[in-house]
Design a protein around this ligand. Structure first.
Ligand SMILES: [Zn+2]
Ligand SMILES: [Zn+2]
Length: 650
């Protein structure tokens, strides 16, 4: 008998050579039908692999990441088989599962493949899949493996095998097809019910441009046709919501090759949006006892040598700026923390003065390879909504709770309701690699765990994910399309206070080290606005919209009345514009809809006569307009804003 430990901690005894599928069936037949992959003591195995020793078994379904991986990996074998049967003389190379689906890199030789061929290939894959082939793993010696691919004249697989150690080589067989493979398959091909080729692209063998260019076939597969349909709809919606597209349409930001890659230019509407977000956070921070500071965009190289950033990131950063005469070296500021440490150091502090909370919308510059740049989410210059809290170890608990309150306030005001908090702690086995005393670490880790529990956060704890200088808490937010983003982060730091020799006088009259907390609820303004754009599709909460209303005059005759309405709206602090163009009302409405302006206020003869406006809401075509007074409209706007934007209280 062998003992099998399941993820819930339960231990069950089975006869030797029991398979993961047998174990699944012992739990329930229904569950077993959904099991598509397994791992034993951390190694991926087949659901048919006999288990011979005690160990921990995890059974995966389609809902698990590992399950999807096995599903897509298995489909890539079927795709390879289909391609080999359809195109003569092609050479298969590698075909791994990726985050969404899988790909196969193929040397198509003289064959050509275009979008027009996708359908036939998909049909072929599905017809093979329907035959319910099982995957069988088989060991081979290096000599056997080389001989197999010598016959196929496949130099790519030959190269792969040459680099493998004899005794570690395995093949996977299904139907009439054989591929070099390490394992991890679904029970049979019959559960592949939908498959789509997403695109083809050129890819160099082994990613080296000196090598031959192969064709990479990207595809994805699902256990239900409905899943594929939903996936494609989600992709379409993501395209419509792409922040680069919306940023252009809404005239928020732009990039200029002349200014430089990865350096966003904020247009007036985008700058106003950023400013509103900044004012919103500044106001809450002021209540939270933060003090604003301002620091320069560059700092002496020495500053970052002291902080340790230079040793760690120097070679991969923008290189130093030299002064013409003095031989000084400056670095573009990659982070604000060292500057804030020096602000702390401008005077001696007593424990009674702490905590000090320095906040700055600090713009930092980090080098990213040009190929890595992406809209506002990967840039070379960005502004952090940064703050550093310097406190005594005993204050950590309450400071952490306060920061969580602030982060939750930010999320609720901006419509992010679905998030988890990831707590990153030390690796328990390997405590030497962290700086700071055990006692302090315990304090900090407990402060985070307690604060998260106290605030009722939905948490995941990750051991070994802490930085070497302290534990942290990251907020992972799910957007409207179900995609996960990392937003706010709160991080404890024992390292910088040491490096910058920060001190305070304790009640014992001795000098002590303060603890430092780094925190940024938005993360960066650029990335946050990108995520917010994709989450809301540009329909920001009303308090944040660039324009809350646009006045559309039915003709030039009502220009004066439109101006009067605008004045009244301004009195109510409603942001509005007038569209006085000599265009039809239909065209004006279409343009306002494009700009996602929440309220369209139509004015004509009737409205002027009665001192009213006709309101049409964004995206509510055909609902009919409501005619009301400006006062009534102002009350509607006010009420809607108050629903999302509450007052921050401490
Ligand atoms: Zn395989
Ligand atoms: Zn920092």
């Amino acid at each position: 008998m062998i003992k099998i430990t399941l993820p819930d901690g339960s231990v069950k005894e089975f006869a030797q050579d029991v398979t993961p599928m047998d174990v699944a069936k012992s739990i329930s037949e229904g569950f077993a039908r959904n099991v598509i992959s397994a791992s034993f003591d951390g190694t991926t195995i087949e659901t048919t692999t006999p288990l011979t020793t005690d160990g921990s078994l995890i059974l995966y379904t389609w809902n698990d990441k590992e399950g999807k991986k096995a599903f897509w990996h298995s489909t890539s074998h079927v795709l390879a088989q289909a391609l080999q049967e359809m195109y003569s003389g092609i050479k298969l190379t590698i075909g791994p599962a990726i985050e969404n689906g899988f790909y196969y890199d193929v040397d198509f030789g003289d064959n050509k493949i275009t979008d027009a061929d996708f359908k036939a290939i998909e049909d072929k894959v599905l017809s093979i899949a329907r035959e319910k082939h099982e995957f069988t793993m088989r060991s081979a010696t290096k000599a056997e493996a080389l001989e197999f691919y010598a016959k196929e004249n496949n130099q790519y697989k030959t190269e792969l095998i040459t680099n493998l150690a004899d005794g570690t080589i395995t093949f996977c067989d299904h139907a009439t097809f054989t591929d070099l493979c390490r394992g991890g398959h679904i029970p049979n091909t019959g559960i592949i019910k939908a498959m789509k080729i997403m695109s083809i692209a050129g890819a160099y063998w082994r990613g080296d441009e000196k090598n031959k260019q192969l064709t990479r076939v990207y595809a994805i597969s699902f256990p239900k046709q409905k899943d594929l349909t939903e996936y494609l709809e989600l992709l379409e919606e993501a395209k419509r919501r792409d922040h680069r597209k919306l940023g252009k349409e809404l005239e928020l930001f732009a990039f200029s090759q002349k200014v430089g890659q990865g350096l966003p230019l904020w247009l007036p509407k985008g700058a106003a949006l950023r400013d509103r977000l900044e004012q919103f956070l500044k106001k809450a921070q002021k209540k939270g006892g933060y003090e604003q500071v301002v620091t320069p965009h560059i700092g002496q190289k020495e500053l970052y040598v002291t902080s340790g950033h230079y040793a760690k990131y120097g070679a991969d950063s923008f290189q130093p700026i030299l002064t013409p005469n003095e031989g000084e070296e400056f670095l573009l500021k990659p982070m604000n923390c060292p500057h804030h440490c020096e602000i702390y150091n401008t005077k001696p502090w007593s424990y009674k003065d702490l905590p000090k909370r320095y906040a700055e919308f600090g713009t930092v510059y980090r080098y990213e390879q040009s190929g890595e740049l992406h809209g506002l989410t990967r840039v070379r210059g960005f502004t952090q909504d940064d703050a550093h809290i310097f406190c005594t170890p005993d204050q950590l608990d309450s400071e952490f709770k306060k920061v969580i309150d602030l982060v939750l306030y930010v999320f609720s005001s901006l419509g992010f309701e679905n998030f988890t908090a990831q707590i990153s702690l030390r690796d328990k086995e390997n405590r030497d690699k962290y700086i700071g005393s055990d006692e302090n670490w315990e304090k900090a880790e407990n402060a985070i765990i307690n604060a998260a529990a106290d605030k009722g956060l939905n948490t995941v704890v990750e051991y070994g994910e802490a930085a070497f200088y302290g534990p942290k808490l990251d907020f992972m937010v799910k957007d409207a399309l179900g995609r996960q983003w990392q937003l706010g982060t709160i991080q404890v730091d024992y390292n910088l206070p040491e490096r910058f020799d920060l001190t305070y006088k304790g009640s014992d009259n001795e000098l002590h080290r303060p603890v430092m907390i780094h925190r940024a609820p938005f993360g960066s303004m650029e990335r946050f606005i990108a995520i917010l754009l994709e989450h809301t599709a540009g329909n920001f909460p009303l308090w944040l919209m660039p324009e809350q209303a646009i006045i559309l005059s039915l003709s030039e005759k009502y220009e004066n009345y439109a101006k009067k309405v605008l004045d009244l709206l301004e009195n109510h602090e409603i942001r509005a514009l007038i569209d006085n163009r000599n265009e039809t009302i239909g065209k004006k409405i279409r343009d306002a809809e494009m700009q996602k302006t929440p309220f369209m206020l139509i004015v004509g003869e009737e409205e002027e006569k009665n001192g009213t406006i006709s309101i049409r809401r964004h995206g509510q075509e055909g609902k009919g307009n409501v005619t009301i007074t400006i006062e009534e409209f102002a009350a509607i706007v006010d009420e809607e804003i108050k629903k999302t934007l509450k007052v921050f209280t401490v």
